[in-house]
Design a protein around this ligand. Structure first.
Ligand SMILES: Nc1ncnc2c1ncn2[C@@H]1O[C@H](COP(=O)(O)OP(=O)(O)OP(=O)(O)O)[C@@H](O)[C@H]1O
Length: 642
């Protein structure tokens, strides 16, 4: 038993589980008193069937094993005071058989305990991890902006492993060893109240030390867990950003940062070890003191004839047997503390509110979907920011129309595009599709109608086909190829080693920026959405490729309503109308040509990118600039500042 305890103890000492992260302030504060409530919240993960009964059976097995162990000294007493004292060797074999039976029983029950407990503990861990993953998928972008991914990773992996260890071992032995201690003291008092008192006197300081230890260890354990999260974040970010770091020669700086964090973590771990070392020293010394006290008191009693030698031997043996239950209490409490802290951290992420959810009474879009999008007095401010980014956007995208959104950097263009598929919710006003507020639609319905391609084209470690089909689950290979053709990605995909079945690696790193952007475009058009929201989708393309993708996009845009964030004149020219975003409002709206002629802010915004011919009001005609547009309907409206 002590072997198991020691190995588990050293596992705790050697374990590296820490914390960091400046963004996850909500998870930072170690909330005293919340830990036990966090542990109690494990209840729903421990239903009686099939998990609870196994845990109960494991506790019973461990308890019976302990009783078998406690029985051995009692038989020993019989042997010493019986056959050995009287010379009646006939009874000796029976008693030795009894000791053997108890030993074999103890071993068998240990085996049963391990078998019984391993499955439920790993099932609970897996279920909690799956629930966390599911929950994270449903949390708004604002949550992920605030939380470091390393923190989430460390909660999903390290903290849940701590919970598993707690369920498989600490929980059971906290119950069993407490009972064993009570039973052992009971037997000792029955054998000799004096010897029982000696042990009780030595075990009382143990409770005090455990309490002090528990309080100190809790704080340090939480700090270590959080530092572990920070270190994980640093490692993760440096792996994901390896190109930037190499290009700017910042590798050594990152290494320094890593070393500082690793040193902090090591310091915290060593503090944990010092606390544990102190505790273990006390917990080992006190039971030894109890044995010495028993031998002294018992020795005098035997000499005085008030105690038999067998009783003294039995009492000392029982006390030796209680060394593990006594010594383990503090360590088990520390494991319990770590598990409680791990649960705190787990629930912090799980309790984050899903603010973007389906409405209670969803409305269906009228069929056929026309893709008529209206922004009505839309306002938006990031949580915690003093100033709203969008301050009353009024904009209409007629069915089939392409509107380019132009604005200075940081003016809120990306923010505006996020609001249409409800990656964030407006804080004022509303956005409608075919007259229905997007918040009244089921999220799945909305995102089937509205497809998005972001400026940064994120691809997943999967085949080209899987990456494209992400935009429209269940589409056929033919439809994937059609989408690739539209995005002018079919040619380079055909040249990949396994064509569209080629796995394109983490974040599609093996592809060029332009290739990745074209795949992201293919993904956006794969589901043939009624509304396309494109956040500067041509930014990473070279001039030649840009012309190719533009040609393809023109075809796509003809059939859909589109909002396209544009930085370049070439992208603007895809649009029927251009909206100019200034100071959180639409300052002007009109054709590219008319805005050039009438709007100084617009000219200023595009000036650096335009050739003198394009800048001239007598430049290309609207029809040349926007072949998808219906020239006669185009209008120029100066929107008065509100
Ligand atoms: N997650 C966020 N939390 C707080 N503020 C944010 C967040 N994302 C963006 N902002 C702020 O909102 C403003 C608008 O940002 P946004 O990315 O929408 O601008 P943009 O017009 O798309 O810029 P760019 O042309 O450079 O892409 C900026 O001031 C930016 O700092």
């Amino acid at each position: 038993m002590s072997t198991e305890g020691e190995s588990a103890g050293s596992q705790v000492e050697g374990q590296v589980d820490s914390r960091v992260g400046d963004r996850d302030e909500p998870g930072r504060a170690a909330r005293a008193g919340s830990s036990w409530a966090s542990l109690r919240r494990l209840g729903p993960y421990l239903p009686l069937r099939p998990i609870g009964w196994r845990l109960i059976a494991a506790v019973l097995s461990a308890l019976l094993a302990t009783l078998c162990g406690l029985g051995i000294p009692l038989v020993t007493q019989r042997i010493v005071d019986g056959p050995i004292a009287t010379g009646d060797l006939a009874a000796l074999s029976w008693l030795i058989g009894g000791v053997l039976a108890l030993g074999v029983g103890e071993a068998g029950l240990f085996y049963a305990r391990r078998r019984l407990v391993s499955r439920p503990a790993s099932v609970v861990e897996a279920n909690m991890r799956a629930d966390l993953y599911r929950h994270l998928q449903g949390l708004p972008i604002a949550f992920h902006d605030r939380w470091q991914s390393g923190q989430l990773l460390s909660r999903a992996v390290n903290d849940l492993a701590t919970v598993r260890r707690f369920l498989a071992f600490a929980l059971i032995y906290l119950v069993v060893n407490s009972l064993a201690l009570l039973a052992g003291l009971g037997v000792l008092f029955a054998l000799s109240p004096l010897l029982g008192l000696v042990v009780l006197a030595c075990s009382t300081p143990l409770v005090v030390i455990s309490y002090v230890f528990e309080t100190r260890f809790k704080t340090v354990a939480r700090l270590a867990q959080d530092q572990d999260g920070d270190l994980t974040t640093t490692v993760e970010e440096s792996v994901l950003g390896i190109r930037v770091l190499k290009a700017f020669g910042r590798g050594p700086e990152l290494v320094r940062r890593y070393l500082v964090q690793a040193r902090q973590l090591r310091g915290t771990e060593l503090r944990k070890v010092r606390i544990i070392a102190f505790l273990w020293a006390a917990l080992v010394a006190l039971p030894e003191l109890a044995i010495a006290g028993q031998l002294a008191v018992g020795g005098f009693a035997v000499a005085g004839g008030t105690l038999t030698v067998g009783t003294l031997v039995a009492a000392v043996t029982i006390t030796s047997y209680l060394v593990w239950p006594m010594g383990s209490i503090g360590w088990l409490l520390s494991e319990t503390n770590q598990a409680a802290t791990a649960c705190d951290r787990y629930w912090e992420a799980r309790d984050a509110e899903r603010t973007i959810v389906d409405p209670p009474r969803p409305v269906a879009l009228p069929e056929p979907v026309r893709g008529h999008v209206r922004f009505e007095g839309v306002r938006f401010g990031y949580p915690g920011a003093d100033r709203e980014v969008l301050r009353g956007i009024d904009l209409e995208l007629r069915p089939g129309e392409t509107v380019a959104l132009v604005g200075a950097t940081g003016s809120g263009k990306t923010t505006l595009t996020m609001l249409v598929p409800r990656l964030a919710d407006v804080t004022g006003g509303r956005i409608t599709v075919d007259g229905v507020d997007v918040r009244d639609l089921r999220l799945a319905d909305l995102r089937r109608v509205v497809a998005t391609a972001f400026e940064e084209p994120v691809l997943f470690s999967a085949s080209v086909t899987e990456n494209v089909a992400l935009g429209a689950p269940g589409i056929s290979d033919d439809q994937v190829h059609q989408a690739l053709r539209v995005a002018r990605a079919d040619e380079f995909v055909a040249e990949l080693p396994w064509g569209a079945a080629t796995r394109i690696g983490e974040q599609g790193l093996s592809l060029s920026g332009g290739q990745r952007q074209r795949l992201a475009l293919a993904r956006a058009v794969a589901g043939q959405p009624a509304v396309l929201v494109l956040d500067d989708p041509l930014s990473a393309l070279d001039v030649h490729t840009e012309a190719e993708v533009e040609a393809a996009l023109r075809r796509v845009l003809r059939g859909v309503t589109a909002l396209v964030v544009a930085h370049r004149p070439s992208t603007v020219q895809l649009a029927d109308r251009v909206a100019v975003l200034v100071d959180g409002r639409i300052a002007a709206i009109g054709t590219h040509r008319d805005l050039l002629a009438t709007n100084a802010a617009y000219r200023h915004l595009l000036a650096t990118d335009l050739s003198p011919a394009e800048l001239s009001p007598a430049g290309p005609s609207p029809t040349e600039l926007s072949p998808a547009g219906s020239g006669e309907n185009l209008e120029t409206t100066e929107v008065a500042a509100q």
